[in-house]
Design a protein around this ligand. Sequence first.
Ligand SMILES: [Zn+2]
Length: 333
Amino acid sequence: MDINFTKTTNRDIYRQQLEQELAELIDPKTGRVSMDVAEYVPCLLCGESKRYKELFVVKGYPHVRCEVCGLVYANPQVNEMRLHALYGSSKANDLWLDVLMSSAESKTRYELYERYFVLLEKFTEYRRLVDVGCSIGDLLVVAARRGWDGLGFDLAQKAIEFAKNKRGLNVQLGKIEGFGFEKNSLPVITLTGVLEHLNKPIDTLAKIRDLLTYDGLALVQVPNLHSLHNMLLHERSTSFDGRNHLIFFTAETLSKILKLSGFKVRHIGTYQAVTHILCRYIQYYPPYEGAADFKYLPEKIRSYFENPEKHGQLIKWIEDMGMGRSLMAIASK
Ligand SMILES: [Zn+2]
């Protein structure tokens, strides 16, 4: 187990820059995100605009829960034009690519995507996919290893250049809509770490569905609101930033949004756990600032972090309880 993931993946440098950029959008009078760049939005799942409760505010960015459907989302939200521009100009978003390019991060993602493919291959005979929001192409690397033919799209130029020039992957800068695919032509579309960034997730899912063949599949991965880590840390969790992550799904709300977009959910599960942060937190340390140590852990709990076999059991238990860090669904048209 890597015990200081925050540092070895350069997440600390990324966080610092992100926090600076988030602070630039705060109205000093209210201490909250400025209404010059943000707007109140109806629930992104059910459209309800009045009945919601504020859960917490992260550095000036309020997060609410819809009382009708249960969706948790940032509200007010930085508007779409502004967000779109940030994919080209944000230094923090660039630094996030450095996080992704670190070997510790890639290794974790490869392991995760291998598990996804084992499952996906049980649902389809096709070995051809389009990855929407492919970033530096980790999923496409795993796809290629398993004999799949993959094509990726992303809005970040630096990511696309890395995927193309360093990894020789088949990728395109831009949106999938701009590529001119015919309706009902793609057998598998994957979206990992995409939906939670969107102002209009249902529109995107409906477009994806249109592009799928009649027996086509979508694989969707989002951060899990009900991860053990998010449920314990609440606003301290770096999952919540107010600008990059706009929506937080649970197994229930992810199923709902897929059904509302015309999909049938074939599988839903949670994967992986960030135990090093939890390990720090339950010892009353600041969760992200430093390496894990086991000094103040109660003895019985300690064995679950120190002993690899028991640690494996702990991870499996977290996943089985639906508290893994990533929520993944496979849905058919
Ligand atoms: Zn709602």
